[in-house]
Design a protein. Structure first.
Lengths: 178, 292
């Protein structure tokens, strides 16, 4: 969509199709255009931020086919057919994801530029390792730089989210058992 | 962002054979791109000179880890996360598993491929020292067929290698015969995560009856290419790891290592630390020999 709201179709480029947060998308963009720019400019999903633009800071972290990637280093052609999740896909039906709640509760977000990437890296960690120890959290977030918080509140947020998600799981299991 | 996406062509032929046909039809015209952790950085900075790129990401023919009784074969398109998650690698080739965890962050390891690491050919490449001391071989492929060379002969000069313009790096073969070897790998960088090596040293050694009967030492950032330290190895082969031998090996390392001053470190620091890492490894060997 262009700024005036009309669909802008550039027939110069063949369509590239993928899903973002469960919705099918088709974009026509130069194949070398960075996925980060396609998300922000073509799809208006501006939750994903650009920090360094060279894969060091992790601000643009998203998930592609279940793996964490820096969207600034991915040419859009390489996600043809892929399943993409961005920070906009974390909240479901207006309810924040446990990790988002935890960042709010623990003061894990300040200026907010690193936050979407931090959230995505945290979700990636918790999905593979639901009860991470502090060193594992530090390693999983080593590619996400924050200049505000000093990191401790972010690590606390992840620990807090892990505990909350454990409670939710147990609650659900108890419910199922009934 | 200074790169202009419209200034670069990027195509995805969709199969390994189609990519090889393209490379053969216009040798040197197309630059292969896999995980993009190197080329996309250059692109964003406006430094990417390649006008035509051909996609390798997603080619299943390049992404595999296979084992035979004698070797582990790693497809060039395997990511460092693939390597970290492989149980056999962790058990048998711990140095390579460890090095895979050094490559940037999780978000880099999910994209960066071992083939890309080697073809890019940085003297500081994280996977290189381990591959050198595991006596790895490189398999290259083109429409003309396949050929294999020792990895130690792959790099021919700063960011230069043995690949012909129509060839791709296909796989890395590592012999499965290091279970009894003492193995060592250490990297020294500015910080624990996301740091490029100031210096890294790897070694494998087999000690029998108190004598070093097999030794390989590989280093990053001591030369224009990741390289074996053959002179240092020669000072150790056939010897017992005594204080005297250690001193001779240290001298050999200092005379053959040719590091440079650059933004990450100085030649003097690199030499000193490389020698210290070597001693750390040899002291381990020595304590092993000393034990009954």
């Amino acid at each position: 969509m262009s700024e005036n709201g009309s669909a802008e179709v550039n027939t110069q480029w063949p369509p590239i199709r993928f899903t973002v947060n469960g919705r099918s998308c088709s974009v026509q963009a130069p194949p070398m255009k960075r996925l980060l720019d396609v998300l922000r400019e073509d799809l208006r999903l501006t939750g994903t931020k650009e920090g360094c633009g060279e894969g060091e800071c992790g601000s643009c972290s998203i998930r592609v086919n279940g793996e964490l990637v820096n969207s600034c280093l991915v040419p859009v052609l390489q996600v043809d057919g892929a399943d993409i999740q961005t920070v906009e896909g974390l909240a479901q039906d207006g309810k924040l994801h446990s990790i988002q709640e935890a960042f709010l509760q623990c003061g894990g977000a300040q200026c907010g530029i690193c936050t979407p990437g931090m959230l995505m890296a945290s979700v990636q960690l918790l999905e593979r390792n639901p009860h991470p120890a502090l060193p594992e959290i530090r390693e999983a977030l080593a590619g996400n730089l924050c200049r505000c918080t000093g990191f401790m509140r972010i690590f606390e947020s992840v620990l807090s989210a892990a505990a909350a998600m454990k409670d939710e799981t147990e609650l659900a299991e108890t419910h199922d058992a009934r | 962002m200074r790169g202009n996406a419209e200034a670069h062509e990027l195509i995805a032929p969709g199969s390994l054979s189609a990519v090889l046909e393209l490379l053969a039809s216009q040798p040197g015209a197309w630059t292969p791109i896999a995980g993009g952790t190197e080329l996309m950085v250059a692109f964003a900075a406006g430094r990417l000179t390649a006008p035509k790129l051909v996609n390798l990401w997603g080619l299943s023919d390049l992404r595999f880890i296979r084992t035979t009784p004698e070797t582990v074969m790693i497809g060039a398109g395997s990511t460092f996360l693939d390597l970290r998650r492989d149980a056999l690698l962790a058990a048998e080739l711990p140095l390579l598993a460890k090095a895979s965890g050094w490559i940037g962050s999780v978000a880099n390891q999910s994209r960066a491929t071992i083939g890309g690491n080697l073809v890019n050919g940085s003297p500081a490449a994280d996977s290189s020292p381990a591959l050198l001391v595991y006596d790895a071989e490189i398999e290259m492929i083109s429409v003309r067929g396949r050929r294999r060379i020792p990895y130690a002969e792959f790099h021919t000069g700063y960011k230069r290698n043995m690949l012909a313009p129509d060839e791709l790096l296909y796989a890395i073969h590592i012999p499965r015969r290091f279970a009894r070897h003492r193995q060592y790998l250490r990297k020294v960088g500015t910080r624990r995560a996301m740091a490029i090596s100031k210096i890294a040293l790897a070694a494998t050694a087999l000690v029998e009856d108190g004598v070093i009967c097999e030794i390989r030492i590989g280093a990053a950032s001591l030369a224009p290419i990741p390289a074996r330290l053959y002179g240092t190895e020669a000072a150790l082969l056939g010897k017992s790891p005594t204080r005297e031998t250690m001193h001779a090996a240290r001298q050999a390392l200092l005379s053959e290592a040719k590091p440079i001053d650059d933004m990450r470190s100085t030649a003097g620091y690199r030499q000193t630390v490389a020698a210290n890492l070597l001693l750390e490894f040899l002291l381990e060997l020595n304590s092993e020999v000393a034990q009954p």
